[in-house]
Design a protein around this ligand. Structure first.
Ligand code: 13P
Ligand code: SF4
Length: 327
């Protein structure tokens, strides 16, 4: 059987048609499309707002729309629903989860709380609504140090679920004991210190920017550690012309677009988050057309999780690293 030859033009035309369809549906449904920095390039192109987890939570609160299409993973859509109980929040792909978020359960957390009854629970937003409801305050990679420092009355903090972020925060908060959870991001641990050093050897002028979810030895050889949103601001202000990026590969799209005079290198092509990449333009269009899949957090879990998120937003103030496109 003769196979149909693949034509790049056909693919581009298909994507352009889907983008037009999404734009039309978005207007009809009074929707806003919120996109995390790790999403596919073409999905980033249809974003009204793009950014890191903190910026997207802040943007969700302000979004003047009936419907929020959240292109990211489930905990992000859950947070948007918790913060916007009157809006319809859609996650285009139901299976888009975060394996790190699944590394902590309510039962195990309650056992840990019994072990450290005086400790505050700080929960990385990469966690389920039920876990947020069990926590005193949430944090993201861009405000974790600020959040832990804000807990003036506590000497001990149980930090869930990312041990790498928790360990990184500990260096900046020596007056508190951070009890780490054994969670991690299966994507960020894929880059090794040796690979980063090798890339640095090839590009000695380049600055190494790493996400705090990377392993400690990778962070140890990095010049700057920050959230995905923090990387955009850093690159914009830096005098350097070359950067080695130690985080998910989706970051390269906007970094290159926003900084055409600068060069970006990845130390490995394994830095791809499989669940972030599940969302395609086709799923975004389907999501708006069929109004699927609605993420709704209600009841006591919503009320308690809201408090943990609200406390975080208060500590973080109005700073937002969100990028608004035509919105
Ligand atoms: P940011 O908040 O830095 O965008 O990180 C979210 C995330 O899932 C990192 O893996
Ligand atoms: Fe979760 Fe890691 Fe993917 Fe972020 S990159 S969504 S932490 S698995």
């Amino acid at each position: 059987m003769a196979s149909h030859p693949y034509k790049k033009e056909d693919d581009l035309k298909y994507k352009e048609n889907l983008k037009k369809k999404i734009l039309k549906l978005k207007k009809e449904k009074h929707a806003v499309i919120i996109v995390h920095n790790y999403q596919r390039d073409e999905v980033q192109d249809v974003a009204d707002i793009s950014g890191d987890s903190l910026a997207l939570s802040q943007a969700a609160v302000k979004a003047d729309a009936k419907v929020i299409v959240f292109c990211g993973v489930d905990f992000m859509a859950e947070s948007a629903s918790i913060l916007n109980p009157d809006k319809i929040v859609l996650l285009p792909v139901k299976e888009a989860g975060c394996p790190m978020a699944d590394m902590v359960t309510v039962e195990r957390l309650r056992e840990k709380k019994k072990e450290y009854p005086g400790a505050a629970i700080v929960c990385y937003v990469n966690s389920s609504a039920a876990i947020k409801a069990e926590s005193d305050i949430c944090c993201t990679s861009s405000n974790a140090i600020q959040v832990v420092k804000s807990l003036k009355d506590y000497k001990e903090v149980i930090f869930i679920p990312d041990k790498n972020l928790g360990r990184y925060v500990q260096q900046y908060v020596p007056d508190k004991k951070i009890i780490l959870w054994d969670g991690f991001c299966p994507t960020h641990i894929r880059v090794s210190k040796e690979e980063v050093l090798k890339t640095k050897e090839e590009h000695p002028e380049a600055e190494v920017l790493a996400h705090p979810e990377c392993n400690p030895d990778v962070l140890g050889v990095s010049d700057h550690i920050c959230s995905t949103g923090g990387m955009f601001s850093y690159v914009k202000l830096s005098k350097s012309k070359e950067f080695i990026i130690a985080t998910e590969s989706g970051m390269l799209y906007r970094l290159k677009k926003d900084n055409p005079d600068k060069k970006f290198y990845m130390s490995t092509d394994r830095l791809v988050c499989p669940t972030m990449k599940l969302t395609t333009l086709g799923w975004v269009a389907h999501s708006l057309e069929a109004m699927e899949h609605e993420v709704k957090i209600g009841g006591e879990i919503r009320d308690k999780a809201y408090k943990a998120l609200e406390r975080m937003l208060k500590v973080s103030g109005e700073k937002s690293g969100a990028s608004l496109a035509g919105y």
